[in-house]
Design a protein around this ligand. Structure first.
Ligand SMILES: [Zn+2]
Length: 371
């Protein structure tokens, strides 16, 4: 069993004026409390008499240690004090109870979650805060952490291998089908585009603009990464595969591949985030993810298994010194990952060739495969 934690983002809707005032007062008093605490003014009567639910007060003091004067801090709601009810009434499907001072039994508010709540779960910590909408009015939100126990499957029919590269974000190949697919090709272009814009703006010292643009870039890239990871995990689900990921360290350590420009692109590539998204989404569905070292997958020939440092001809194309095999470098990488994990044997491989396993070291235990 594995613990899967998820944050369900809920907009608080249809607040009456009275309820909004109570929520607002609780929120503002948390800010006051933290400011007083920060300035060491906890001896003031104001500090002691702040109208705050006692648990909310404790949570705030416990969680927020370093206080930034220009920031608002959410009301942190203890997991045993929050409650959700599926009421399905005219106003909303879900209602949520938030503890506030001066309202016995808590404040019941209608919420609109960005996705349905799972059938069985436990609560984690939740956070109540406000955001300004484009009309300049406050919208209230509660982010609810739900915790589930998921059974990770132990046996599978197939393997889905993923190679993370710089040219295409992910090359994916399953043991059920030897045609690889390329996902996230557009990421590199997006990153280069913004890098160019930043350089242009940097000359004019438009720092605020640069920051805004970086946020936008981040959002666009993240969006693509979420789509890729969703696709990968759904494919694994449909094909009853476990997922093998080439571990990142190999790429990070590789040098001498066209100098600074190349290294900058590589180190900025969102590998880590993609890996995390895939691992997270897979765990939610009970699918196992195994990481294997990628160090040699780029220099090993996926046909003859020869692992020679001199094998990689260029960024895009792999050429084997010993058998002359030429193939797209990302495809070669993903085939090696798949091959190593035991699910894939190219028909070209002769029985006398060295086993590709030799090229990899210290690999984790792999789940069992049903044949
Ligand atoms: Zn070869």
């Amino acid at each position: 069993m594995q613990r899967v934690q998820k944050i369900i983002k809920c907009k608080i809707t249809d607040l009456t004026n009275v309820k909004e005032a109570q929520l607002s007062s609780e929120f503002k008093n948390v800010q006051t409390l933290l400011q007083l605490e920060k300035e060491g003014l906890d001896f003031l009567p104001l500090y002691k008499n702040l109208q705050l639910h006692s648990a909310n007060r404790q949570q705030a003091l416990r969680f927020y240690k370093r206080i930034d004067a220009n920031k608002d801090y959410p009301v942190s709601v203890r997991k045993d004090l929050i409650k959700i009810e599926e009421k399905n009434n005219k106003l909303a499907k879900y209602w949520c109870r938030i503890p506030v001072r001066g309202r016995r039994g808590g404040l019941w508010v209608a919420i609109k979650p960005h996705q349905d709540f799972p059938e069985k779960f436990e609560f984690g910590e939740s956070k109540v805060f406000r955001k300004k909408n484009h009309k300049g009015r406050w919208n209230w939100w509660i982010y609810i952490t739900v915790v589930r126990q998921v059974q990770i499957k132990e046996s599978y029919s197939n393997i889905l291998a993923i190679d993370l590269g710089s040219k295409v974000t992910a090359t994916v190949c399953g043991s059920f089908d030897n045609r690889p697919i390329f996902l996230g090709r557009e990421v590199r272009g997006i990153r280069r585009h913004y890098q160019y814009l930043r350089t242009q703006l940097g000359r004019k010292k438009l720092l605020k603009k640069i920051r805004q643009m970086s946020d936008k870039e981040q959002r666009r890239v993240n969006d693509i990464l979420h789509k890729i990871s969703k696709h990968v995990v759904e494919t694994a689900e449909h094909t009853d595969s476990y997922i093998v990921l080439g571990d990142l360290k190999g790429i990070r350590n590789s040098t001498g591949e066209k100098g600074r420009m190349f290294r900058r692109i590589v180190s900025n590539m969102p590998y880590l985030r993609l890996t995390q998204y895939v691992e997270y989404k897979a765990r939610e569905k009970g699918i196992k993810v195994v990481r294997i070292s990628e160090r040699n997958s780029s220099v090993t020939c996926s046909r003859c298994g020869c692992a020679d440092r001199g094998n990689r001809k260029s960024q895009g194309l792999f050429r084997c010194r010993s058998c002359g095999f030429e193939i797209n470098a990302d495809v070669n990488g993903v085939r090696n990952i798949l091959k190593f994990s035991g699910g894939y044997m190219l028909p070209e491989r002769a029985a006398s060739d060295p086993a590709p396993e030799r090229a990899f070291s210290a690999q984790p235990e792999l789940p069992c495969l049903r044949r």
